[in-house]
Design a protein around this ligand. Structure first.
Ligand code: FES
Ligand code: FES
Length: 206
């Protein structure tokens, strides 16, 4: 029987399972690819203060914009380009929620200056799937219940893909060490490690 929230007795509550289902739904939604996004060029030029022109590629799409010289890559992605799947947790490089790939390697986008991505390739959670087909790591996270609230999940998945791709998913201890910069406050660690092990066992690249 599903657990009931205290509010159930007042007739207005929802089951914990329903809440978790909603949270998972949100998380999965951030895993899904943008539709019809390929080959669109994004050009944004409204910015105040001292600006820099940055030309980069995000999830295969050309991005050209003037941006505040102090802006982070996280701000560029979420506030200027509209890829909000990458999450802002601590904004201090401590939680890993903002992890993305820059030229194939993981970076915390909150501590990466947007100016540094000029001429480089950025991939976020939205770029991981192949059309409507989820990346194997996204599928494995769902299969292994590797998310609870889902807020850290995009960053976890980006690190998990790199963990396998760069040969660090050899055993549980190595996976935990590689993933130690990604903090999950609600404690989905067992599922996360299982998902990474699963992908590592079934794929040479992740
Ligand atoms: S938001 Fe970047 S590490 Fe926490
Ligand atoms: S799933 Fe909730 S913080 Fe990670």
């Amino acid at each position: 029987m599903a657990e009931q929230s205290p509010a159930d007795s007042q007739g207005v509550g929802v089951t914990r399972r329903a809440v978790l289902g909603t949270g998972a739904g949100v998380a999965v939604a951030t895993m899904l690819p943008l539709q019809s996004a390929a080959a669109q060029e994004i050009s944004v030029s409204n910015e105040t203060g001292t600006t820099l022109f940055v030309s980069t590629t995000v999830n295969g799409r050309a991005v050209a914009l003037d941006i505040d010289s102090r802006a982070s890559l996280l701000d560029l992605l979420r506030e200027r380009v509209g890829f909000s799947g990458t999450k802002k947790g601590c904004d201090h490089g401590q939680c890993g929620a903002c992890t993305v790939h820059l030229d194939g390697r993981t970076v915390v986008s909150c501590l990466t200056l947007a100016a540094k991505v000029d001429g480089r390739q950025v991939m976020t959670i939205e770029g991981l799937a192949d059309g409507d087909t989820l990346h194997p790591m996204q599928t494995a996270f769902i299969d292994h219940d590797a998310l609870q609230c889902g807020y850290c999940t995009p960053g976890q998945i980006m690190s998990a893909v790199a963990c396998v791709r760069h040969g660090h998913a050899t055993d549980k201890a190595s996976i935990r060490e590689f993933m130690s910069g990604n903090i999950c406050r609600c404690g989905a660690y067992a599922g996360i490690v299982a998902a990474i092990e699963d992908v590592a066992a079934n794929s040479k690249e992740g």
